[in-house]
Write a protein that binds this ligand. Structure first.
Ligand SMILES: C[S@@+](CC[C@H](N)C(=O)[O-])C[C@H]1O[C@@H](n2cnc3c(N)ncnc32)[C@H](O)[C@@H]1O
Length: 238
């Protein structure tokens, strides 16, 4: 299997890329939660902006029509972290009735809850999206994942799990470091190609944007639509 060489030099990444288990990774984020926003905005991205979140939100804003956005009632912020996306999601999807924050780290979710925009917060681990579905049994209209598909974080099999909790006609948006997406062993290229080939997803947007400018890292920002009718395929799969 092709090894993935991460490009970031900043010491903040040492633990997150090398954590040996999700429990260890959760603990690292629990400890990082208080300073996370500041580190990202000033040390990793620069210019005081959380590019991983704002870049993906900008892709979504240009890719989805007003009618698409007005039709969204239920949102899942998957790998929500400290909830940097929460206020942007509230702004872009003004008719949403619920925005659920889902994350491995309780400490990160506590920061997210303090923003006052999430209706629910769930400690969970991708690719097991069962707890997220339990919070919204009819499925989600929109799923947002910024920074969730970082090396050593949520695996590529999460895309299948997200496909299973997305309502037909709904959208999923996620970003992924360009070098990680290109690495065959990350599995993301293969998984999204498979979901499209099976007629379950169709591509709406694929843009490359600055991700962590201070580290010289760019990311691909994707938006996919769950094809109407694909729920029958999901049911057959069990
Ligand atoms: C790089 S941070 C991004 C946080 C936030 N979305 C943002 O843009 O600021 C990645 C987040 O994913 C969470 N995470 C990592 N692996 C996960 C998994 N398997 N399931 C759920 N969350 C995970 C981490 O706890 C962390 O909060």
């Amino acid at each position: 299997m092709e090894a993935i060489h991460t490009q970031e030099a900043h010491p903040a990444f040492r633990g997150v890329f090398s954590a040996g288990s999700s429990e260890d990774l959760a603990q690292i984020y629990d400890l990082w939660a208080v300073t996370y926003d500041n580190t990202v905005a000033h040390d990793l991205a620069g210019g005081g902006e959380n590019h991983p979140t704002t870049g993906l939100a900008a892709t979504v804003a240009s890719a989805l029509s007003r009618a698409d956005r007005d039709g969204v009632r239920t949102i899942l912020d998957c790998g929500a972290g400290t909830g940097a996306a929460g206020p942007l999601l509230r702004q872009h999807f003004s008719r949403a009735e619920s925005i659920v924050a889902f994350d491995l780290s309780k400490g990160m979710l506590e920061r997210a809850a303090a923003r006052g925009v999430y209706s629910d917060r769930i400690v969970g681990r991708c690719p097991d999206m069962g707890p997220a579905l339990a919070a919204c049994p009819d499925g989600y209209d929109f799923i947002f994942c910024a920074g969730t598909f970082t090396p050593n974080h949520a695996p590529a099999s999460t895309l299948e799990s997200l496909a299973n909790i997305l309502r037909p006609g709904g959208h999923v948006a996620f970003n992924i470091r360009s070098y990680y997406f290109q690495a065959e062993s990350s599995g993301f290229r293969r998984e999204q190609a498979r979901l499209c080939a099976e007629g379950r997803w169709e591509l709406v947007a694929d843009e490359e944007r600055p991700y962590l400018p201070k580290e010289g890292v760019k990311a691909r920002c994707f938006v996919f639509r769950a094809v109407i009718g694909s729920e029958m395929a999901n049911e057959k799969r069990g």
